[in-house]
Design a binder for this molecule. Structure first.
Ligand code: AMP
Ligand code: MG
Length: 407
C-alpha cells in the first residue's frame, strides 16, 4: 500500500496551472487570480462623509454648543461649490465628498437645525470622515496571485475598476460512471440487480462547488469498446477525466484493463479508508482519475486527490481544506494500517468542537456522508480513539447553526 501523502504528492506533481484569461466579475466566483492585482487609484477615491450631518472645521467645534451658518447642501454624487470657512458648515450626506476647508463631520443627531443655521451640540474633532485610500491605497497589491475569488473579492475588485480580472480558466472535467448494474437516476423501476447512478450527481455537485465545469459522459457498461470510445472522447474535450468504478480487484473491473491499454496509468492501493483502490495517470496529455465505485469512496477520493489537483490547475495558492482540532464524542475503532476518513457530525459543546459518527461508516452508505459535516482524520498507527480524546477534523462543510431561530 502507498502512504496517502506519497500518492497525493505524485498526483499534485503532475498538475499544471491552466491558461490565463480575463473573466468578467459576474462569472469569476471561485476562480484564482493569475497575478497580483495592483490598485490603480485610492479607494475611497476621495475623502467623504461617513454620516449624514454637517461638514465643519474642528477649530469651530471646540467650545459647544455653537451656532454655524449653513452655506450649502451636498448629497452623495455631488461636489460642494463652496468652502467651509470659519463659522460656517455645509450640510452633507453619507458618501458625499468632504468639502474643502472641512476636516470634521458632525452627525445630524448631534445638531439642531435653524433657519440657514445649525446648532452643534456635540462633536468629536476629525470624526466621521473616510479618508481617500482608507480601504485600498493606490499602487499597493490588493490581492495576491493565487487568491480564489469570494464574493467580497468580487465587490472589492469592482471598486478599483478591475471588471475582468485575469484568472486561470475554469477546469473542464469529464465524468463517467461505469458498471453494467448502473442505471440513470431517473429510472423509475429498477430491474433485478440494478442500482441508480449516485456517482455522477455526487461528482457534479462536488465539481460545481469548486467552480469546475462538468462534461457529463454518462454511464458506460462493462464493455471495453464503449469504454474506450468514451475515454478517448473525454480526453479530447476535457482538461481532466474522472471515472468511477472498475478499478478494484474484480474480474469485471474492465476500466483497469482498458486504461492500462489506452493510457499511461498506474493502479494504486492507497493506505486510506475508504478509497483504497485508485488509478491515476494520463490519456495522452489529459490527467485521468480512476475513482473507486462506492459513492463514499468517490467522495473521499475526490476530496483527497481530485479537489487539490483541480485547485492546482486553477492556480489556487492553497490546495487543502482546513483542519480543526476537536474531541471525539464517542469511541472510534479504525484500521491502524490506513489513514481513515470517518464521516462525522460536528457540534460545539462547552466551547469545543465535538465529533460524532454520522452513521454507518461503510463505503456504500452515502446517506451518512450526506448527514456529515467533516471527516475525522484518524492517522496511520492509531486503532482506537476513545470518547474525549483529541481528534482532527477536515471540514468539508461548516454546519448551519442547528439551534432553532437566531443565534
Ligand atoms: P466496482 O469497483 O466497479 O466494483 O464498484 C464498487 C461498488 O460500487 C459496487 O457495489 C458498485 O455497484 C458500486 N457502484 C459503482 N458505480 C456506482 C455508481 N455510479 N453509483 C452507485 N454505486 C456504484
Ligand atoms: Mg463496476
Amino acid at each position: 500500500m502507498r502512504p496517502l501523502p506519497d500518492a497525493q504528492r505524485d498526483v499534485l506533481a503532475a498538475m499544471r496551472p491552466l491558461p490565463v484569461e480575463a473573466i468578467s466579475l459576474w462569472n469569476a466566483l471561485g476562480l484564482a487570480l493569475a497575478k497580483d492585482v495592483v490598485a490603480p487609484h485610492d479607494v475611497p477615491p476621495f475623502a467623504n462623509s461617513a454620516m449624514d450631518g454637517y461638514a465643519v472645521r474642528a477649530d469651530d467645534v471646540g467650545d459647544l454648543p455653537v451656532e454655524l451658518d449653513v452655506i450649502e447642501d451636498v448629497p452623495a454624487g455631488h461636489v460642494a461649490d463652496g468652502r467651509v470657512e470659519p463659522g460656517t458648515a455645509i450640510k452633507i450626506m453619507t458618501g458625499a465628498p468632504l468639502p474643502s476647508g472641512a476636516d470634521t463631520v458632525v452627525r445630524v443627531e448631534d445638531t439642531e437645525p435653524g433657519e440657514g443655521k445649525v446648532m452643534i451640540l456635540a462633536a468629536e474633532p476629525r470624526a466621521n470622515v473616510r479618508r481617500a485610500g482608507g480601504d485600498v491605497e493606490a499602487g499597493t497589491v490588493v490581492f495576491e496571485a493565487g487568491t480564489r475569488l469570494t464574493p467580497p473579492h468580487l465587490g472589492s475588485l469592482a471598486t478599483i475598476g478591475v471588471a475582468a480580472p485575469e484568472v486561470h480558466r475554469r477546469p473542464r472535467v469529464a465524468i463517467l460512471s461505469t458498471g453494467d448494474e448502473v442505471v440513470p437516476p431517473d429510472t423509475a423501476e429498477l430491474g433485478p440487480g440494478m442500482i441508480r447512478d449516485a456517482n455522477r450527481p455526487l461528482l457534479t455537485g462536488l465539481l460545481d462547488e469548486l467552480g469546475a465545469e462538468v462534461i457529463d459522459l454518462g454511464i458506460v457498461g462493462d464493455d471495453a469498446d464503449a469504454l474506450t470510445s468514451s475515454l478517448v472522447r473525454g480526453a479530447e474535450v476535457a482538461d481532466v477525466v474522472a471515472t468511477s468504478g472498475g478499478v478494484s480487484m474484480g474480474e469485471y473491473d474492465l476500466v483497469k484493463a482498458v486504461l492500462a491499454e489506452l493510457g499511461d496509468v498506474e493502479f494504486w492501493k492507497v493506505a486510506m479508508q475508504p478509497a483504497k483502490p485508485f488509478a491515476f495517470g494520463h490519456l495522452g496529455e489529459t490527467p485521468l482519475f480512476g475513482l473507486p465505485g462506492n459513492p463514499v469512496s468517490v467522495m473521499v477520493a475526490f476530496e483527497q486527490f481530485l479537489r487539490p489537483a483541480l485547485l492546482k490547475m486553477m492556480g489556487s495558492r492553497f490546495l487543502f481544506r482546513p483542519r480543526v482540532p476537536a474531541v471525539a464524542g464517542e469511541r472510534f475503532v479504525t484500521d491502524p494500517a490506513k489513514t481513515v476518513f470517518l464521516r462525522v457530525i460536528v457540534a460545539v459543546e462547552d466551547g469545543r468542537w465535538v465529533a460524532r459518527s454520522a452513521g454507518s461508516q461503510a463505503s456504500n452508505v452515502l446517506s451518512a456522508a450526506a448527514a456529515a459535516d467533516a471527516f475525522a482524520v484518524i492517522p496511520v498507527g492509531v486503532d482506537v480513539v476513545d470518547r474525549g480524546d483529541p481528534v482532527t477534523l477536515e471540514m468539508f462543510r461548516w454546519p448551519e447553526n442547528r439551534r432553532e431561530g437566531a443565534p
